[in-house]
Design a protein around this ligand. Structure first.
Ligand code: ZN
Length: 519
């Protein structure tokens, strides 16, 4: 089957059996156990970010169940050579049907197909239906699916995959075995890229690989796609380097981003416009500039509060101090960058829109107003008699104000001899699961992420439907702002923990509990 035609790396290095899966230990364990103990269920739901291996796994399941070289029994080591394995690899197997619910026509096809499922396997092997992006199915198709999943014909297996778990009806997901895929980390992606580069004799340096891994953002398929593109520049005497990666990606080099950020911090409109013109002249498009600037500012914001910030941000952090730029100011800039991205959708003049934005951001009129207001609030709180506090959000320190409905539940604090509930400042029990840590930040928009970070809020625990946050008293002026983003925070927390949180309590405290701040 192999020809001289170049086979894309992501296909060539696609995992072929369970053991090959990268970074998905719990998925692997579940599947190995199921196959070895003959505990195959009728429906699997594969959830997780794109590029994390869901579709490959669906095919691996199919091969493992139907390989002919194991005496007709499921195996964790499908041979990859028998008629059944090859049929699946080439997408020509009569026993395996793949449907992409997101594709044109997929929706109707899916319903029709599902309605016909009752015809059991013809060949005696497992009949496997793989439905990709299953959340896109129509209601009619979901109903048909529910019917077959509830009373599945013998040897019919559904493997459903989705990037948006929340959109799959509970009636379906509750009847499936859920396999949760994690995004592949930068280190895991780097290791794989090194391996592939070596096997393919691609000469590429470590920094370039790290950059690819970072850019791929958890999607191995994208990372290998990039490596593929870059491989043509590989020469035995000159490795592919970071500069080449930037070029291929159309990204702005870090020092240029730093220069732009410096001008923003210094409110230097003149320089800023000049830098912008240079970027545009080099063919960078306004949307890409905006996105990269956003990322960079977010990186700055995250590093400002770190004890040992990343080297590329140290000079900017210094400058921000010098220029007395406060964190929430950067948050507001980030926020307005977000609205700028939206504005691009409605204009053909994106270059001008971007220029106007830059001038505005250098003046920062609205931000200065808030700054002034804050100064006044602080004075007010120091006890000086002033008129009415205008924008001060009324918050009582150390008083969780949202629903306190939940009765003193018999919280089984793991091991700890749970003390009787104290009325004072809540001492959050050591968060029972690490999933209530800060992983949810990855699911927030840059603006909300920035707001969360700069308000120095902490998610201290998740209990049932309630997420408990704390924020230090000195940032309570940001509480209302943070609360206005509650919906997004909830969604992010639920996404990262798979939980079912409905309420966020933000408690203002003198000092945020440090114990729970890190997993
Ligand atoms: Zn086989």
């Amino acid at each position: 089957m192999s020809t001289s035609k170049h086979q894309p790396l992501f296909l060539k290095y696609r995992p072929q059996k369970i053991a090959d899966l990268i970074a998905q230990d719990s998925v692997k364990e579940t599947l190995v156990n199921a196959i070895e103990n003959n505990k195959i269920v009728n429906a699997y739901l594969l959830t997780g970010p794109r590029g994390s291996g869901k579709t490959s796994t669906a095919r691996i399941i199919a091969k493992s169940l139907n390989c002919l070289n194991n005496g007709g029994e499921p195996t964790v080591n499908p041979c990859g050579e028998c008629e059944s394995c090859l049929g699946i690899i080439n997408s020509s197997s009569v026993d395996v049907t793949e449907i992409d619910a997101a594709s044109h026509g997929g929706v109707d096809d899916a319903r029709e197909l599902i309605e016909k499922v009752n015809m059991a396997s013809i060949t005696g092997k497992f009949r496997i239906y793989i439905i990709d992006e299953v959340h896109m199915l129509s209601t009619a198709a979901f109903n048909a699916l529910l019917k077959v999943i509830e009373e599945p014909p013998a040897k019919v297996i559904f493997v459903l995959a989705t990037t948006e778990e929340d959109k799959v009806p509970k009636t379906i997901s509750s009847r499936c075995q859920n396999l949760k895929f994690k995004p592949i980390t930068v280190n895991e992606a780097s290791a794989r890229l090194h391996y592939v580069a070596e096997r393919e004799a691609i000469n590429i340096d470590g920094d370039a690989i790290a950059m690819i891994a970072e850019h791929a953002d958890g999607a191995m398929r994208d990372a290998l796609g990039l490596l593929d593109q870059l491989s043509v520049f590989s020469k035995p005497d000159a490795p592919v380097n970071e500069a080449r990666v930037l070029e291929i990606l159309g990204l702005i080099p870090a020092d240029e981003l730093n220069a732009v950020t410096q001008s923003i911090l210094k409110r230097d409109a003149e320089n800023l416009l000049e830098q912008l013109n240079t970027l545009l002249a080099h063919g960078k498009d306004p949307i890409a500039i905006t996105n990269e600037l956003s990322e960079h500012l977010l990186g700055l914001l995250e590093n400002i509060s770190k004890a040992s910030p990343a080297a590329k941000f140290t000079s900017l952090i210094e400058l921000a101090k010098q220029e007395q730029v406060e964190n929430f100011e950067i948050v507001q800039i980030l926020d307005s960058l977000n609205s700028l991205s939206l504005a691009f959708k409605n204009t053909t003049q994106s270059k001008n829109v971007l220029k106007a934005w830059l001038i505005k951001v250098c003046h920062r009129a609205d931000i200065l107003v808030v700054k002034d207001l804050l100064g006044r609030i602080e004075k007010l709180e120091s006890g000086k008699p002033v008129a009415k506090p205008q924008a001060a959000p009324h918050v009582q320190a150390a008083a969780p104000q949202a629903v306190k409905a939940s009765a003193p539940s018999p919280a089984p604090a793991a091991g700890a001899p749970s003390p009787s509930p104290k009325p004072e400042v809540a001492k959050p029990s050591p968060a029972p699961s690490t999933s209530s840590s800060e992983n949810f930040l990855d699911h927030l928009s840059p603006g909300s992420k920035g707001m969360y970070i700069s308000s120095q809020a902490r998610l201290v625990k998740v209990e049932g439907t309630i997420a408990q946050m704390q924020m230090p008293n000195k940032f309570k002026f940001l509480k209302a702002k943070l609360e206005s983003r509650a919906a997004e925070l909830l969604e992010a927390i639920n996404k990262s923990s798979g939980g079912n949180v409905e309420t966020i309590n933000i408690e203002v405290v003198e000092a945020v509990t440090e114990a729970a701040s890190n997993p």
